[in-house]
Design a protein around this ligand. Structure first.
Ligand code: ARG
Length: 461
């Protein structure tokens, strides 16, 4: 017969079907080291409260240490009859400490406050790991930006040529987005650094146990203010899943560009052999699988977030068993990023950019037309007129099959009296780039400053 944590009131154990449905050890076992740390801290407050004498505390801590080692080595593992990580570890403790000592640990705690605490601890550790991986992607972007400070490319809106920009400026745009994701992780951690231990099932503990002492022992900044909130809230899970999904979406947008840039039509980059795959039938193929997997996995992380929010929606306070469904989606999100981000960092860091090709395309598609209009504004022409005049230049070129800089002085003057040869200073990519020299603009001097600012921000995080 199955043993459970609630024997007294029940005449028999759970049915096979319930046990199968209920079991969570196949996904919550990863919380085991945290559960044992929580048990150590709990044993100490039981001792402080006079509920565990010196000898029992020593025996308890020794048994927990043995259990920790046995979990780490795999000697102790969950049984099919263990409902969850907490049940399994209680069995392991009683096996090692005996029922007299081992049976004392459950006083004043519930799996509800336990799991809420361990889950926070686990996610805080892994959020730090993920943040480190995101910073590795940022470092790869910054390195590429630093190595290509002189490369111009076509800046696009609607995927159409819009205005020339520096490649470094474009790469830094991705870096800033990822830096904000790391900032989000840090900000999330500040809110998550409160321990629910001591909340009990929902109403708190009557045994004089100090939640602040447990919180400090477990590396939290303090204990939660409200035991109902402590056991029932999972916004920390959903919020982390959002940050994970946002990060994946940011990586996906970068990846989508890498996929486009690696096509024959763009010809902007070549992927390193170590970060691309071949085809089993087409010998010439070199495929951007890392980028495609990044794009694909972003969808998966969005699904993880949507699933979590749907689980939480309409759940009454306090704990409901639905909350057991909170773990797999966020574990999946974190596992996926831990797998994906190192590959993305490697792919970005080893890209070979074809600067000449990018620079050649930068002014095509009349991407200097805005420069003509803004030059006219600096000449005192109202923008409405300037826009018309620059548009007329484009039309004149299009009908003749030439580029803006091919227009003769006479043709320019014919389009508008304001178009004197001085306009040629902005009819080059270099002139266009240099003219966008306000903060945040693509002028080489500004981009160099921006690169330093991004590196400084990355170093702070
Ligand atoms: N395994 C549960 C979970 O992950 C924790 C146990 C709480 N169960 C309960 N019946 N109160 O949420």
């Amino acid at each position: 017969e199955r043993v459970s944590l609630w024997g007294g009131r029940f005449a028999g154990g759970p049915s096979e079907a319930l046990a199968e449905l209920s079991r969570s050890t196949h996904f919550d076992w990863r919380l085991a080291p945290y559960d044992i740390a929580g048990s150590r801290a709990h044993a100490r407050v039981l001792h402080t409260a006079g509920l565990l004498d010196e000898t029992a505390l020593a025996a308890m801590l020794q048994a927990l240490e043995q259990l920790r080692a046995d979990v780490a080595s795999g000697v102790f593992a969950p049984d099919p009859d263990d409902e969850d990580v907490h049940t399994a570890l209680e069995r392991g403790l009683i096996e090692r400490a005996g029922p007299e000592v081992g049976g004392r640990l459950r006083a004043g705690r519930s799996r509800n406050d336990q799991v809420a605490t361990l889950f926070r601890m686990y996610l805080r550790d892994h959020a730090r790991v993920v943040g480190g991986h995101v910073l590795d992607v940022v470092a790869a972007l910054l390195q590429q930006a630093r190595e290509h400070l002189d490369v111009a490319m076509p800046g696009r809106t609607h995927l159409q040529h819009a205005q020339p920009v520096l490649l470094s400026h474009h790469l830094l745009a991705h870096a800033w987005a990822l830096l904000r994701d790391v900032e989000r992780l840090l900000d999330w951690d500040r809110r998550t650094a409160l321990s629910p231990y001591g909340s009990g099932a929902l109403a708190g503990s009557s045994l004089g146990l100090d939640p602040e002492a447990v919180a400090a022992d477990l590396g939290f900044d303090g204990a939660v203010q409200n035991s109902i909130d402590g056991t029932a809230s999972r916004d920390f899970v959903a919020e982390l899943a959002f940050v994970a999904a946002m990060t994946a979406v940011d990586v996906s947008r970068l990846s989508e560009e890498v996929i486009l840039w690696a096509t024959k039509e763009f010809g902007f980059v070549t992927l390193d052999d170590a970060f691309s795959t071949g085809s089993s039938i087409m010998p010439q193929k070199k495929n951007p699988d890392v980028a495609e997997l990044a794009r694909g996995k972003a969808g998966r992380l969005v699904g993880d977030l949507a699933g979590l929010l749907t689980t939480l929606k309409a759940l009454p306070l306090a704990y409901n068993r639905d909350l057991q469904e909170d773990k797999e989606p966020v574990f999946d999100a974190v596992d996926t990023l831990e797998l994906l981000l190192p590959a993305v960092a490697g792919m970005v860091g080893t890209l070979t950019f074809h600067g000449e090709r990018m620079a050649e395309l930068a002014p095509q598609g009349f991407s200097l037309a805005t420069d003509v209009a803004e030059w006219l504004v600096r000449e005192g022409v109202p923008f409405r007129v300037a826009h018309e005049v620059a548009g007329a230049c484009v039309q004149a070129c299009e009908s003749r099959g030439i580029e803006l800089w091919d227009l003769t002085d006479a043709q320019l003057a014919e389009i508008s009296e304001h178009l004197h040869p001085g306009v040629r200073e902005v009819l080059s990519v270099a002139g266009s780039l240099a003219s966008r020299d306000a903060k945040g603009g693509t002028a080489p001097a500004r981009v160099a400053e921006q690169l330093d600012a991004a590196a400084a921000r990355a170093a702070e995080l």
